[in-house]
Design a protein around this ligand. Structure first.
Ligand code: FNR
Length: 187
């Protein structure tokens, strides 16, 4: 059956470059025949994680995110770099989704993940990818060795949010196809 892929970006910014990047990856994944759902963090109401809030009941959107991840085979993840690491918004989403009910399967376990980043800087957010790789590997995800950090984000997208540079589009396509290919073996 077609692999189920979730596309997620770790930014809450309206014009997020990382959201544009992962929207493009999602579009390329759809073209391979995968089932793709883009989940926008801005659509989720996730308080900053606290075990006290959790004790009152897991917020509906945290549960929703967790349930969607559980049914997925693969994740296309664009992680913006803040101060050499991942955004608080992404870490918060991961922390909520990582919480396991009695007897339930951990949401990130055995999900194949392709890591993307883009930033206005020259390294494209590369340093942050080491951190998100470490976090996700620690909770059981199978993070692909290949990853993509796209520098000079201001020059990458056209006014429709599509990647205007063919070489960059090709790199996004290749990594996306790799993710879909591995995810289809898990589905
Ligand atoms: C940044 N930015 C940034 N860029 C980078 O390449 N390396 C870094 O360490 C940082 N650090 C950083 C810290 C904070 C607090 C902010 C707000 C920004 C710039 C960042 O890459 C830029 O704002 C991107 O546009 C963020 O990604 P989105 O929101 O466009 O997807």
């Amino acid at each position: 059956s077609a692999p189920k892929i979730i596309a997620l970006a770790g930014s809450l910014r309206k014009d997020s470059f990382n959201q544009k990047l992962i929207n493009e990856a999602a579009r390329f994944a759809l073209q391979t025949g995968a089932e793709v759902e883009v989940i926008k963090l801005t659509d989720l109401d996730l308080p900053i994680f606290s075990e006290d809030i959790e004790a009152q009941g897991t917020p509906a959107d945290a549960q929703l995110l967790k349930d969607k991840l559980r049914t997925a085979d693969g994740i296309l993840l664009a992680s913006p770099e803040y101060n050499g690491s991942i955004t608080a918004a992404l870490k918060n989403a991961i922390d909520w989704a990582s919480r396991t009910e009695q007897g339930a399967v951990p949401a990130f376990r055995n999900k194949v993940v392709a890591l993307f980043a883009t930033s206005p800087g020259g390294l494209g957010g590369l340093r942050g990818l080491n951190h998100v790789r470490d976090i996700l590997s620690g909770i059981g995800s199978l993070v692909l060795a290949d990853q993509l950090a796209v520098p000079s984000a201001f020059t990458v997208f056209d006014e429709n949010g599509q990647i205007s540079d063919p070489a960059t589009a090709e790199k996004v396509t290749v990594l996306t196809q790799q993710l879909v290919s591995v995810a289809s073996k898990l589905s």
